[in-house]
Design a protein. Structure first.
Length: 741
C-alpha cells in the first residue's frame, strides 16, 4: 500500500523568489557574454578566411560573408548584448514569449502555429544541438545549478529549458543575429557551430562559478556524503606506523593479554589503554611512540608459539547465536598466545590482530553466522602477522585479501530457510575449516584458498545471474516499452480527457491529427514541428471551450483565423481530400458560431471553466516535452525536488554492487544490493544475496529513502583498512589531553 510523505510546516510555508541572488547570478551571465563574443568574432574572421583560401565553389560566398562580418561585427555584437540584457531583465528563462505554451494574448506569435519549413527545422536542430551539448558538458554542474535555481525561484520544479540562465536563449539570439548577415544558411550554420564550441566552455565555467558562489551563500551546499574521508595515515599504513602501534601495545600489559578490553577499559575503543608516557606525540594522523623495552622474539620461542597455535586453531567455536560467548572465546584464544609472547615486541602484534577480530565481532553489518565463521580465522591470521610483517602494510597480501573478500561477501549475506544448503556459507565453511586444519607455517596455503574463494564467489554469482537475468530482462523490457510509448496517442488522450466535443471534431483529433503528430514524432522526434503540432491541437480545443468567446474575445478573434489555416494545413499533410478538409473546417466554424453567446453563463463562470481547462491540459503539455516518468513501485513522495538535492547527489554517485539496509513496507529491515540501474537512472533495483528482488526506487524516491534513513548504505571499504583507521583514530584521541575533564 502506498503512503504519502508530507513536508513539515516550514517546508509548506509560502516562500518568495530570491530576487537579490537571482540578479547577482544574472550579472555574472551579463559579464560573461561580451568576453565570449570578443573571442568569437576574433576567431570567425580567421575561420572564414581559411575557408575562402581553400578555394572551391563556395569560396566566393566565404569572402562575401567575411567582408560583411568585418563591417557589421560591432553592430551584431551590440545587438546580441542588448537582446541578452532584455532577456535577463525579463527573468532569463524563455527567449521569446511566443515559445511559452499557453501564453497570454499579448505574447502570442500566431505565425508560429504554422508547420516549419526545412530551414526552420535546421535552425531548430542547430540550437537544440547547442543546448544538449552544453548540458552534457556541464554535467553535474548544470544539474546542481538547476536545483539551486529551483530554490531561488521557489518553483515547484524546473525543467532544463525553464531554468533561468539556460543556454537556449543565448543560442537563439546569436543564431538570429548571424542570420542578419544574409549569408547562405549553410555558412551561417558553420559560423554558429564555431560559436557553439566556444560558448559551451564559457557556460560550463559560468555554471561552475555560480555554484561555488551560491554554495558560499548557503544555497544547497553540494555535499557528497558518499565521498568518505580518507585518513592518509590509515589508508596508506607504512611499516613504521605498524611497528609503533605494536610497540605501544606490547608495553600495555598490566594484566591479561595486551589489548584485552577487560584489562584496559579506561581508553575508549576496541583495543584497550596505552600506558602513560608510551605515546609521546601524534602528527599527521600517525602515532609516534617511545621505544618499547620489549625484545624481539627468538626463533625457538616462535616455533613453540606456532605449534601451540596449531592446536588452538582446531578447537571448536561456540554457536553463532551466542555472541557474548563467541567474543569471550576469541579473547581467550588471543590471551593464550599473548602470554607466550609477553615481554616481546610480538605481543603488540598479537594485540593488533586481536583488535581486528574484536572489530569483526562488533561489526553490525555482519550476521551472527558470518561473525562466527570469520572469528575462527583469528589464530591463523595471528600466525601470518608474526611470520610476515607485510601483512599489515601490503594491501595485496593474500591472507589479507582473503579476509577482506570474505568479509565483503559476508556483509550482504543473511540466513534464511535454506541455511543448511546455502552455497556461500557452505563454501566459506569449507575454506575456514581447511585453513584451521591444514595451516601450520606454509603461507602459500592462502594463495590456494584465495583462488578457491574467488572461484566459489564467481560460481555463486553465476548462479545468481540466471535469476538476475530474468529480472533484468523484465525491467529493461518494461523500460523499453515505456520509452516507446505512442507519445502522440498519450498527448491526444490527455488533451481530450473529460472533454465533451462534437463527434466530428473529436474524430478529427483522435484520427487525423493523431496520425499527423505520430508521423512528425517518428520522423523528427522532439522537434519544434512536433511541439507546434501539439500546440495547434491545444489551441483548437481551447477555442471550443464554452464561454471562451465571452471571456477572451480579443484573443479568440486573433487566434482562430491562423488556427483554422494551421489545422487545414495539417489535415492536408496527412492526405485528406479538399472536400474532407472543407467539411472539418465547417464543423469547427459552426461550433464556434453556436457558442458566440453562451446561454445562461456569466463571464465569471466562463473564466472559471477556462482556468479548469488550463489546469487540465498541464498533463498533456508535459507529455509534449518528455515521456512521463517510468512507473516505480514505491511510496508516493510529495516533496520539492530542490529539497532533495543533497540526497540526489548521493544517488548519482551510487554504483552497482553497493549494499544497503532497507526498511521494507511492513517495517522489516532487509539487506539488499543495488543490482541494476535501469534507463540511466529511471529505476534502481535492489536484490537480496540470493538474487531475489526486494525493492525498487526512482531516483527521487531513493533520495527520499536516504533522507529518511529507510535506505542505509553499508560501508564497503576493505575490512583491514577500516579496522586500522579505527585503531589509529582512537590512539590519536587517547594521546591528546582532555581539555574538559
Amino acid at each position: 500500500m502506498q503512503t504519502v510523505t508530507q513536508l513539515d510546516e516550514r517546508r509548506r510555508s509560502k516562500r518568495h523568489p530570491d530576487g537579490k541572488r537571482l540578479r547577482a547570478v544574472g550579472e555574472r551571465f551579463q559579464q560573461m557574454v561580451p568576453v565570449l563574443l570578443d573571442s568569437f568574432f576574433s576567431q570567425v574572421d580567421d575561420f572564414l578566411f581559411n575557408l575562402a583560401e581553400k578555394g572551391g565553389v563556395d569560396s566566393t560566398d566565404y569572402f562575401n560573408v567575411l567582408r560583411v562580418m568585418r563591417r557589421r561585427k560591432v553592430d551584431i555584437r551590440q545587438s546580441i548584448i542588448q537582446e541578452i540584457d532584455e532577456w535577463l531583465t525579463g527573468g532569463a528563462q524563455k527567449a521569446v514569449a511566443s515559445e511559452k505554451e499557453g501564453a497570454d494574448e499579448q505574447g502570442v506569435d500566431f505565425d508560429s502555429l504554422t508547420l516549419m519549413d526545412d530551414i526552420e527545422l535546421d535552425r531548430s536542430l542547430a540550437v537544440d544541438s547547442f543546448v544538449v551539448r552544453t548540458f552534457e558538458h556541464s554535467g553535474d554542474e548544470w544539474l546542481a545549478f538547476r536545483e539551486r535555481m529551483t530554490v531561488l525561484t521557489c518553483a515547484k520544479q524546473l525543467r532544463d529549458r525553464d531554468t533561468p540562465y539556460n543556454p537556449v536563449a543565448l543560442g537563439q539570439i546569436v543564431l538570429s543575429q548571424l542570420e542578419s548577415v544574409d549569408a547562405p544558411f549553410s555558412v551561417t550554420l558553420m559560423m554558429f557551430r564555431l560559436f557553439d564550441d566556444l560558448a559551451i566552455q564559457s557556460l560550463v565555467n559560468f555554471y561552475r562559478s555560480s555554484n561555488i558562489w551560491l554554495i558560499d551563500e548557503g544555497i544547497l551546499p553540494n555535499l557528497k556524503l558518499l565521498q568518505r574521508s580518507q585518513n592518509p595515515s590509515s589508508r596508506n599504513v607504512n611499516a613504521e606506523t605498524i611497528a609503533q602501534l605494536s610497540a605501544a601495545l606490547a608495553e600495555a600489559q598490566p594484566g591479561g593479554y595486551p589489548g584485552a578490553p577487560s584489562s584496559f577499559s579506561q581508553v575508549r575503543g576496541p583495543f584497550g589503554a596505552v600506558p602513560e608516557g608510551s605515546m609521546t606525540s601524534v602528527g599527521a594522523g600517525a602515532a609516534r611512540f617511545s621505544n618499547s623495552s620489549g625484545m624481539m622474539i627468538n626463533q625457538e620461542m616462535l616455533q613453540q608459539m606456532m605449534s601451540s597455535m596449531s592446536h588452538i586453531q582446531t578447537m571448536p567455536a561456540p554457536m553463532a547465536h551466542d555472541l557474548p560467548e563467541l567474543k569471550n572465546w576469541t579473547s581467550k584464544q588471543a590471551e593464550v598466545v599473548a602470554r607466550q609472547a609477553r615481554g616481546t615486541l610480538e605481543a603488540g602484534t598479537v594485540s593488533l590482530v586481536a583488535m581486528l577480530f574484536e572489530y569483526i565481532l562488533d561489526d553490525e553489518n555482519l550476521s551472527a553466522h558470518m561473525k562466527q565463521l570469520l572469528a575462527r580465522m583469528q589464530i591463523p591470521v595471528i600466525k601470518v602477522a608474526l611470520m610476515d610483517k607485510d601483512f599489515f602494510t601490503n594491501t595485496d597480501h593474500t591472507a589479507r585479501l582473503l579476509l577482506n573478500r570474505m568479509s565483503r561477501a559476508a556483509s550482504g549475506w543473511r540466513p534464511d530457510a535454506r541455511l543448511e544448503s546455502d552455497p556461500l556459507l557452505d563454501g566459506m565453511e569449507k575454506i575456514v575449516s581447511q585453513l584451521n586444519h591444514a595451516f601450520d607455517d606454509d603461507l602459500t596455503i592462502f594463495d590456494t584458498l584465495l583462488d578457491e574463494f574467488d572461484n566459489l564467489l564467481n560460481n555463486y554469482r553465476k548462479q545468481q545471474q540466471y535469476q538476475l537475468a530474468d529480472i533484468r530482462k523484465v525491467e529493461e523490457q518494461a523500460f523499453e516499452e515505456h520509452q516507446n510509448q505512442d507519445r502522440a496517442l498519450l498527448f491526444i488522450d490527455a488533451l481530450l480527457e473529460g472533454e465533451q466535443l462534437p463527434k466530428g471534431i473529436e474524430s478529427l483529433l483522435r484520427t487525423h491529427w493523431y496520425r499527423l503528430m505520430k508521423n512528425i514524432f517518428t520522423k523528427q522526434g522532439d522537434s519544434k514541428t512536433w511541439r507546434n503540432s501539439a500546440r495547434i491541437a491545444r489551441e483548437l480545443v481551447w477555442s471550443l471551450q464554452p464561454g471562451v468567446q465571452l471571456s477572451q474575445a480579443s484573443r479568440f478573434s486573433q487566434v482562430v483565423p491562423k488556427l483554422l489555416e494551421a489545422v487545414a494545413g495539417g489535415l492536408k499533410a496527412v492526405g485528406l481530400s479538399e472536400a474532407a478538409i472543407g467539411s472539418a473546417m465547417t464543423t469547427i466554424q459552426q461550433y464556434h458560431e453556436k457558442h458566440q453567446k453562451p446561454s445562461g453563463e456569466g463571464i465569471w463562470d466562463a473564466q472559471e471553466k477556462l482556468e479548469q481547462f488550463s489546469a487540465q491540459t498541464e498533463k498533456a503539455e508535459a507529455l509534449v516535452e518528455e515521456v512521463p516518468p517510468l512507473p516505480v513501485d514505491e511510496p508516493v513522495v510529495e516533496l520539492k525536488v530542490a529539497d532533495l538535492s543533497y540526497y540526489m547527489d548521493q544517488v548519482e554517485a551510487l554504483v552497482i554492487d553497493q549494499w544497503f539496509d532497507i526498511e521494507l513496507a511492513d517495517g522489516r529491515v532487509e539487506r539488499g544490493c543495488l543490482t541494476m540501474i535501469i534507463g540511466g537512472g529511471s529505476k534502481y533495483v535492489f536484490t537480496n544475496y540470493t538474487g531475489e528482488k526486494i525493492a525498487e526506487r526512482s531516483a527521487i524516491g531513493l533520495a527520499m529513502s536516504l533522507r529518511n534513513e529507510q535506505f542505509v548504505l553499508i560501508d564497503d571499504d576493505p575490512l583491514m583498512d577500516r579496522m586500522i583507521e579505527s585503531v589509529v583514530a582512537d590512539l590519536d584521541k587517547a594521546s591528546k589531553p582532555d581539555l574538559n575533564p
